[in-house]
Design a binder for this molecule. Structure first.
Ligand code: GLU
Length: 277
């Protein structure tokens, strides 16, 4: 049997300045692809028209160059791949695993209970009694005009092995509930776009931040519904401040721009103790 060539990706979202946490994750993705002698696709996750800006993309590309991070394909912009996402939406609709939902965030907040772990980003679980009847999706030929959610198999335990974090298990309906696949404003949601891209770009390993571990469990359900083989996973540690909080939220001063202006060399940014930066 011939070995499958390694294909990784760098998938930044251009909503702001790259900071030291992102830089370390991207550096790890670049190193793993390089060590495997494989390909690395630069994919710009610019689907949200309100939050993403072309100038941030340009600055991220400059930051990658400063860090010495290179890629073999791209940049590919998600905003140019609407057909891929609509095709994936259609497959999920035909599989009967997604449904249109008029339920607002406020309805969810009012009716929901929190997931059972203490995740700092935990969203309230979508209450199953607010699902429409089975088959509601069949009336739709396109995703537009309404939000779409994935109906999770309540109580099913989802397991995967992560190259860094080891075995992980999450329970659908307890750790996370029905998640958004297509937004009401017509934008494909992250969980759909990322799986559609990783499948069609033939990605063999996903390297990203630990904050997305739970998303991996959701995405495995999407892979299964599409009959696709998932990639391998490697979730990198987040850079935290001395109180254990996520850096991204509080330490804006650790943007790569600022560090660079302070004369800190790229090798210290990717490897040094974040608290001395
Ligand atoms: N674009 C996402 C982010 O910047 C990463 C998505 C992924 O790697 O799956 O957080």
């Amino acid at each position: 049997m011939h070995a499958v060539r390694y294909r990784g990706r760098l998938a930044p979202t251009p909503t702001g300045e790259m900071h030291v946490g992102h830089a370390r994750t991207f550096h790890a993705a670049w190193r793993r692809a390089g060590d495997a002698g494989g390909d690395l696709v630069l994919r710009i996750e610019d689907l949200d028209p309100l939050r993403c800006r072309a100038e941030y993309t340009a600055r991220m590309i400059e930051d990658f160059q400063w860090l010495g991070i290179t890629w073999t394909e791209g940049p590919v912009l998600q905003s140019t791949r609407g057909d891929v996402y609509r095709d994936t939406w259609r497959q999920l609709r035909d599989a009967g695993v997604i449904y249109p939902s008029h339920v607002t965030r406020k309805d969810v907040r009012d009716a929901a209970h929190a997931p059972h772990d203490e995740d700092e980003d935990a969203e309230p679980l979508f209450p199953p009694h607010l699902r429409p009847p089975l088959g509601a999706e069949r009336e739709y030929d396109s995703p537009e005009g309404v939000a779409w959610r994935f109906r999770v198999p309540d109580g099913e335990v989802i397991r995967f092995r992560d190259a860094r974090c080891g075995e992980r298990t999450y329970t659908a309906g307890a750790d996370f509930g029905d998640f958004v696949i297509w937004r009401k404003d017509g934008v494909p949601a992250y969980e759909l776009a990322v799986v559609a891209d990783d499948i069609t770009m033939h990605i063999t390993e996903v390297v990203r931040g630990e904050d997305l571990l739970k998303s991996t469990a959701r995405q495995l359900l999407v892979y299964r519904a599409l009959g696709a083989t998932p990639p391998a996973w490697c979730h990198e540690p987040l850079v935290r401040d001395p109180d254990g909080r996520r850096l991204a939220k509080r330490y804006q001063s650790l943007s790569l721009r600022t560090l660079r202006e302070r004369g800190i060399p790229p090798e210290v940014v990717v490897a040094g103790d974040p608290h001395i930066l």
